[in-house]
Ligand binder design. Structure first.
Ligand code: HEM
Length: 472
């Protein structure tokens, strides 16, 4: 590895631990918390180092300055997605998040512009989120202040928001299909981030052994059968002059290009994009909201200050996104929740598109890159005492909201999350809607010291239970 380094030019050799045969450096890491091990290793090897995850030779980029420099200032060079076995099983190279080259470019461009049309642009989305939040509050009210499991209902809420973008419709909370979809996504993302799947991706022999890849494949098959059936229903009723959803827009484009054998608008891409929207668009937001509820429950003084601001600015009226500008404290809290929640700690991997000269190193074309978000959101040079939950870091002395450059939970550059606008809108409206109506209390035994992250590809908090006491 790093043979591309030309010793005659003054390029440095990328540092890193010595790998063992077959497993590389896997024995040096906590496979259930890879992000923590990778962040710790940067203290030994510096902000750029190489690591062998089984037979995957990766370069890890850590800290805000390095990650931003790579993803933003060398945007094209770090813009490809590597091929990983489990994502290959799930998407077969189609869609957006795990596709490459022109397939990715075409699907990303189309999805971004269509999301704008069927959401953000038309204000329909805000109405949908507000409506969904109303159902969520009714569900919370029915718990009558008792301890209840908040996990699946929040996943159902965020699943409904994204399915209304995808298909133009929602499912009732008592429809078993909604809970089934939400739990399939939840379980699959947990399994995708397991140590077993890491081994499956990086040590080829694990592909022949039983493991988490089996239930992942079963879950994806079930999800995709549902998505296929739903889009076929849409195809039957399709009216090109009355497009109501992402799926309608895709199907119309598919019909326009049906004579073109090279068109990317085929069923495989549609299924894969829908799968990604459903998975990326629900669990990330639901997990962040769960962090929000628990963090407020264990910081009652912060919770009451948020409620004061909600009362002062909105009262009991309907929250809208425009309120955010007048609510610096709430804005700061939501930013700090996202920073602290660190919901996609490993980021998605990247691959270099050419040999890159980066900070005195040559990183060869085709190198697997880990731009570690964990190390950005917890960067000591950017956030004082980064392990503490402290919303003040997003406020100035006059209580005005201040941006922090290293706040990048959605990553940066060419492959940056396409759901940022939707996610921010959803987080604000649901968070405000819930704290306007309820005060949250922690389950017995839960304190500031033990609100801890779960394991998985996304990292929601371990605790799933909470009390929601109605305020009026
Ligand atoms: C709190 C919510 C969310 C967080 C923290 C988050 C975070 C991320 C991150 C870190 C990436 C990897 C970006 C990279 O490779 O540099 C990503 C990619 C992606 N996200 Fe999100 N995401 C969120 C919500 C959403 C939503 C709501 C959607 C759907 C509308 C979405 C769709 C996607 C897609 C399609 C990609 C792949 C982009 C590409 O490869 O071009 N995400 N997200």
């Amino acid at each position: 590895f790093n043979n591309g380094t030309d010793r005659s030019s003054n390029m440095k050799i990328i540092p890193g631990p010595r790998p063992l045969p077959i497993i590389g450096n896997l024995h040096m890491m906590d496979l259930r918390k890879l992000q923590t091990s990778l962040a710790e290793m940067s203290e030994i090897y510096g902000p750029i180092y190489r690591i062998h995850l089984g037979n995957v030779k990766a370069v890890v980029l850590t800290g805000y300055e390095t990650v931003k420099d790579a993803l933003v200032n060398h945007a094209d060079e770090f813009s490809e997605r590597p091929i990983l076995q489990i994502f290959q099983d799930m998407h077969r190279g189609f869609g957006i998040a795990f596709s490459r080259g022109n397939n990715w470019k075409t699907m990303r461009r189309f999805t971004l512009s269509t999301l704008r049309d069927f959401g953000m642009g038309k204000r329909i989305l805000e109405e949908r989120i507000v409506e969904e939040c109303r159902f969520l509050k009714e569900y919370f009210e029915r718990q009558k202040g008792e301890l209840f499991n908040v996990s699946m209902v929040l996943n159902s809420t965020t699943t409904n928001v994204i399915t209304s973008v995808m298909f133009g419709s929602r499912l009732d909370y008592d429809n078993p299909l909604l809970f089934r979809l939400a739990s399939l996504v939840n379980e699959t993302l947990k399994l995708v981030g397991s140590s077993n799947t890491l081994l499956y991706n990086t040590v080829p022999v694990f592909q022949f052994l039983p493991g988490d890849h089996k239930p992942i494949k079963r879950n994806i098959h079930e999800l995709q059968s549902f998505l296929r059936k739903t889009f076929l229903d849409h195809l039957q009723k399709l009216d090109r002059d009355d497009q109501r959803s992402f799926t309608d827009a895709f199907l119309v484009r598919q019909q326009q290009e049906k004579e073109d054998p090279n068109s990317y608008f085929h069923d495989d891409n549609l299924i894969s994009v829908l799968t990604t929207l459903l998975m990326a668009g629900s669990e990330t937001i639901a997990g962040t909201l769960r962090w929000g509820l628990l963090l407020m429950a264990v910081h009652p003084e912060i919770q009451s200050k948020v409620q004061e601001e909600i009362e002062r600015v909105i009262g009991t009226a309907q929250p809208h996104t425009e309120h955010r500008k007048q609510m610096p404290y709430t804005d700061a809290i939501i930013h700090e929740i996202q920073r602290f929640a660190n919901i996609v700690p490993l980021n998605l991997p990247r691959e270099t598109t050419v040999d890159v000269n980066f900070k005195g190193y040559v990183i060869p074309k085709g190198t697997y890159i880990i731009p570690l978000l964990e190390s950005v959101l917890r960067d000591k040079t950017q956030f004082e005492k980064p392990k503490e939950f402290n919303p003040q870091r997003f406020l100035d002395t006059e209580g005005k909201f201040v941006k922090q450059e290293a706040f990048m939970p959605f990553s940066a550059g060419r492959r940056m999350c396409i759901g940022e606008t939707l996610a921010k809108m959803e987080l604000f409206l649901i968070f405000v809607g819930l704290f306007q109506k309820f005060t949250f209390h922690p389950p017995p035994g839960l304190t500031r010291a033990n609100v801890l992250p779960d394991t998985g590809f996304t990292t929601p908090p371990q605790s799933q239970e909470i009390c929601a006491v109605p305020r009026f």
